[in-house]
Design a protein around this ligand. Structure first.
Ligand code: GDP
Ligand code: GDP
Length: 495
């Protein structure tokens, strides 16, 4: 049958060469039982899915993630089925929890599945409404699943009209079960995914981050992508000029001055530093109305382009306030960590606190900032804080040394042999309260760098407790000097 033919190879981009963490991400949404899991399984084939446990409102939900293969396309695919564990008619849709927003924020595209065999249900329209409200930043494709049942009877046409009324453009007819419509899905996704990949910085398109024990990549040869973020007037442009060592960016005291597309490249020692365009970011994030709002989705997207985020704060403001970080700054710091970026905090305008009359304020700032930065990001220890005066042109060395140090740690790769020697040592350090009944860590391996991501292979079905996870993270940070780096640990059961 014509509809069953396999997608052909015609992409001009080799998706297999893209860092898996940077592949375009597609989330499958839809009411229960439309076939989300069936489609997810078809797309990832026999490749392995990672399952995240995301505790949310004290309920643990599973989000499945895998690398999808569709013809010569590769993309990250997320199955949202776990988001609706309590789904009785309608209730999920009101659950616009922060976690859902976090999951949505990882994706650029969504496949909105409906079941043509049942016809459209009120719940499908509710999902549509919900998507428009919370995922308007995503490009959504409606797919009518289980179409094989109607195709034979020539009934698809009417259903397509109905699915079109959801308001996400022309639907495509597929069958997750039989594979019908995969060519159409390919043809719809291909230009979108290619366009997404093209706008990634060139260097990112070619990296391969899968750890190979024999082939050590020299990370110094890879360009570092740095984002300088902060509220208006903290001195971002001034710092940028110091880093670039030439007047290239507009500097002025007026808040809100638009400098949208500052993008530059410079050399520091023997490295190429790529400045990622995120100007105006914090303004947007500060205005966010709630989880899932477009601003958050967009700011996260630009955040993902940076390896290291330098968050600039204003020393004079801190001296006058009783808090070091404003809400928007806390939001950005947390997002940076959640997205697995390296974080460096820069306290600028220290020159304004010089002189004897200011010494108490100076001390206050030096002491308070690191403490507060740490307390709003408890899951990462030893976040670096640098104190500078960009106006005086001082700080280039201090900032760049810290940025590069953070980047190096972010790129760290540890061999499985070394990690397991370490594991044997730390196992005795911790009182594994539940170990009698709970799983044992059989071995530990790093699956990915940038940021360092590990898998703990466990015997038995149970999961490590939060306190065990905290212990592992803390030990890794201390023993391998990974301060300021968001480490990820996943768990997997082995028989
Ligand atoms: P989810 O709740 O959206 O993840 O839906 P599932 O993937 O669990 O599928 C729900 C039911 O629909 C299961 O019984 C599947 O076997 C069935 N199903 C999924 N895709 C198709 C399809 O393309 N055609 C038919 N006839 N049934 C399907
Ligand atoms: P941006 O909005 O974050 O890009 O901030 P700008 O770089 O435009 O700086 C805003 C104002 O702060 C300008 O008037 C700068 O001259 C001033 N400024 C920037 N850095 C410093 C600094 O280190 N010390 C002092 N005293 N002023 C600074």
């Amino acid at each position: 049958k014509k509809q069953k033919k396999k997608p052909t190879k015609k992409s001009s981009i080799d998706f297999t060469k893209i860092d898996p963490a940077l592949l375009p991400t597609v989330i499958i949404v839809g009411r229960p039982n439309v076939g989300k899991s069936a489609l997810f399984n078809r797309l990832i084939g026999r490749r392995e899915a990672l399952v995240y446990n995301t505790p949310d409102d004290h309920v643990t939900r599973d989000i499945r993630e895998g690398i999808a293969k569709l013809g010569d396309l590769r993309f990250r695919v997320l199955d949202s089925a776990g988001l609706e564990t309590e789904a009785t008619s309608g209730t999920i849709l009101r659950r616009t929890t922060e976690m859902t927003a976090r999951v949505l924020a990882q994706a650029q595209f969504s496949i909105f599945l409906v079941d043509v065999r049942d016809g459209l249900q009120p719940l499908d329209y509710d999902v549509g409404k919900w998507m428009r409200k919370h995922a308007s930043g995503l490009h959504t494709i409606v797919a009518m699943n289980k179409s094989e049942s109607l195709a034979e009877r020539g009934l698809l046409y009417a259903e397509a009209g109905e699915a079109y009324s959801l308001g996400f453009g022309d639907p495509i007819a597929i069958s997750a079960e039989t594979g019908m419509g995969m060519v159409e899905l390919y043809e719809t996704l291909q230009p979108l995914l290619e366009e997404y990949v093209r706008q990634l910085p060139k260097e990112e398109q070619q990296q391969d981050d899968i750890v190979s024990e024999t082939e050590e990549i020299d990370e110094t040869k890879l360009p570092l992508q740095l984002a300088i973020v902060g509220r208006p007037n903290v001195g971002k442009s001034t710092l940028l000029n110091t880093l670039l060592q030439e007047e290239r960016v507009l500097v002025g005291p007026e808040a809100g001055l638009t400098r949208d597309s500052v993008r530059a490249q410079f050399k520091f020692e023997d490295r190429t530093i790529y400045l990622v365009d995120t100007a105006g970011w914090l303004q947007r994030a500060g205005q966010e109305k709630g989880p899932g709002s477009l601003s958050v989705v967009q700011s996260r997207k630009s955040l993902m382009r940076a390896h290291v985020i330098a968050l600039v704060l204003d020393a004079e403001e801190i001296a006058r306030a009783n808090k070091s970080m404003k809400h928007a700054e806390v939001v950005i710091a947390r997002q940076a960590i959640e997205e697995g970026r390296g974080l460096v905090v820069i306290v600028n305008k220290m020159d304004l606190l010089r002189g004897r009359q200011n010494s108490a304020l100076y001390e206050k700032v030096i002491e308070a900032v690191p403490k507060e930065v740490q307390s709003v990001n408890p899951q990462v220890t030893e976040i670096p804080v640098v104190f500078i005066s960009a106006l005086e042109g001082k700080g280039r060395m201090a900032v760049m040394n810290q940025v590069i140090d953070t980047y190096k740690k972010w790129c760290l790769r540890l061999s499985t042999a070394r990690l397991n020697r370490w594991l044997r040592k730390v196992m005795s350090r911790h009182s594994w309260k539940d170990l009698a009944t709970q799983p044992r860590i059989k071995y530990f391996t790093q699956v990915k760098a940038r940021p360092p991501t590990f898998i703990a292979f466990l015997s038995g079905k149970a999961q490590l407790s939060d306190s065990d996870m905290r212990f592992l993270t803390k030990s890794l940070t201390e023993d391998f000097d990974l301060g300021g780096i968001p480490i990820r640990i996943m768990q997997r059961s082995v028989p």
